[in-house]
Ligand binder design. Sequence first.
Ligand code: MOS
Length: 745
Amino acid sequence: MSTSIGQPVERVDGSRKVTGAARYAAEIPLPGLVYAVLIGSRIPSGRITYIDTSQAERAVGVLAVLTHLNLGPVAEQQPPLMPSLGGGPAPGQTFFPMRDDVIHYPGQHIAVVVADTLERAQHAASLVDVTYAETPSITTIDQGRTQVYDAERIFGGMMPGRVTRGDVEAGLGQADVLVTATYRCAPNHQNPIETSATTAMWDGDLLTLWDGTQGPNATQLTVAAQLGVPLDQVRVIAQFVGGSFGSKAMIWDHPALAALAARHVGRPVRLMLDREQMFYSVGHREEQEQYLALGARSDGRLTAIRHHKLSPTSHFDDWAGISLACSATLYACANYESVYRLIRANTITPSFMRAPGEVEGMFALETAMDELAYELGMDPIELRLVNHADVDPESGNPWSSKGLKECYARGAELFGWAGRDPRPKARREGNLLIGSGMASAFYPVAPVFTPQRARARLYADGRAVVQASFSEFGTGVTTAMTQVAADGLGIVAGAVRLECGDTALPNTVAAVGSAGTAAFSAGVHAAVTALRGELVERAIADVKSPLHGVDPADVDVLDGCMMVRGRPEIGETYGELMRRNHLTDVEMVGSWSPPPPGGGYASATFGAQFAEVAVDQDLGSIRVRRMTGVFAPGRILNRRAAHSQLMGGMLWGIGHALLEATHMDAVQGRWANASLGDYLVPVNADAPDVQIDTVEVEDTVVNPLGVKGVGEIGLVGAGAAIANAVFHATGRRFHQIPITIDDLV
Ligand code: MOS
């Protein structure tokens, strides 16, 4: 019986956050705490020929300066690149810095300065004297066009570099209409409010890390592997994380460097990246070009899709955000080809940034679909319905749940799509050109590979504690898990306390790929179901219980009272049972083992995005006036938190389409706008009226509660809907994002 799941329960950690009681990784007070500051390379490529730390070492308060000359032991074999969903070590890249004098990318960490205050450490860092021998670098696609290679596999080896089905050439030949274009996306950086940070403390051989991470277990596994330390000697605590958007999904080198620094000075060390370092040290959404060819019959049916991506990656890893997965499965099409091409560049390995790859891929695909709709003289929704994939075109498997047609219909109704005059530049308000556009939304249900565990304990006073290792990085997962626990135990949410963010608690996977809440819900559900079952069994076995001998299948629990279904007068509370049996508490660990991937179903989340823009003809400024998004993400655990997640994603679509770009100064080999002042993101004044609705779809395949996740789907397609609206308003089609005022005037 569900009384809590789905309700818009307020955040259980809200008051701790607004009062400042919630502690983040760089706010842990420890006796003897000292401060570490990282120094990054000023050049993108070359060698350190000379590094003089003597002046820094003599500065007041300085305890140590670590460089490649004295770093201390790092494991010979660094862990392989593996996205944190895999359950193993999840390094951001396979390269660990400060082991020799070679510079592979700008900002590469070359020294750690430790002092008794942050200011003294920062000052000493300015005294470290470094001389470089710079070699030619490649930091942009344009610089690397002669260095292109076809990726064999990407994404830590998990995804093939090339996917084909049917005959794409033949399919293009059968087409009545062709749309081909090259789409360009600027590099983007995640920029959470809390910059990445680690506090490290050794107690003998035991290392404790307070780390801002999307996966405490991922940090534990990665740092243990990076340093060559046994897993049981590393504990990671990450109760609160101040946002991340993928920057804390993979584990970079700073947690291990903090640990090495702490061991070196024999004191606990706090290491916090500054804002500029967030642009160099924790990955980013890579610059990319996508070539897309769509062929279609005159009735709109797709005959071929060819989708190629070109992007820079590091010297160490074949990384590309999975921009091409959407075109393989979103629409029914027999002939398909996708190819990832990479450029060896002087960059840190690019990484996760919210909907990594999907959002860029869908910008290209959904812009091309809009172009195709115009070529065919078809309504964009009609074109998408004609090509609706009733089964997964890639595997041929049925969807575990879908709801996309309902999303189109509901979105069109809410937005007021019917009767839209499709002609560009047809609608004006004074100086403003008004346009509307739409796009599909698509995000895969990421497979989880490892069992998800949780512990549930009920005390005789009727209160429960539920524990699991996952961190709360602002999504509201702690609140949602409180609701899952309350419903599973048959108690009110107010009687549940959720403890999380500690590898000393039962293991969970990292919260990435929109899979965190879904995965954790399965572990928590398993634990509370086991605990409830244990209590009911004890009552049934107890001759003094009114439930003695009752079939457990006939027992309901409501507000902590076990009772025979339909006969509430026969029953007793958990507390009565426990006190009579001298039990102060009852505790169970639950574990959910995910089904093996490819079990006969394809799983993804779908939605429909709509946007209206007003473009000032003289100024070239674009205002997004309203947005509508309808999504089918399976079971919603907390309506309020889900709404926030979806709205945050949609508003990010404004950033992706119109604002966000990190500019590489290819001469310096450095980002030209590595600050929050120069890297533009939408602010409240940019935020229009956002209308969000969900379509209920039941999914009995993905996990016990049928949760598909809301973390990223809100962003996917939002930028394309805006770009399509800009075309409708102005008659000008842009194939690159962000679309800026400069482009329009
Ligand atoms: Mo999310 S960008 O998969 O951490």
